[in-house]
Design a protein around this ligand. Sequence first.
Ligand code: CU
Length: 118
Amino acid sequence: MKHIGRTASDRLPVLLLLLLWLGVAGVASAHGPTIEVSHSELKPKLLNLFVGTTVHFSNTVEMPGGHVIVDASGTIKSPPLIKPGDGWHYTFEKEGAFEIYIEQHPEAKTRIVVVPKR
Ligand SMILES: [Cu+2]
């Protein structure tokens, strides 16, 4: 009995770490949609968001020099995303329509429409 009690308390820190990790993962996935970046496209090609939403851009392919995410109005510019798994995020604080594309592949674009919170 004594031995079982000791084993359970030994596992407590591991359980706490697991709960902490699940909590952090929950926050990360709740912050907004992800756009996948490749040589040929930004996926999805259309997104409707509320003001204040953070969009994550996730690079899926190796790109010498990196993919730079920009928008037609010149307000958005990411650092180069070079390796698969390289990511960047942007929070849309203003309403409007944003035409976003990859600087190196202008045909790879997405349209993001941001509307006020109700
Ligand atoms: Cu590319």
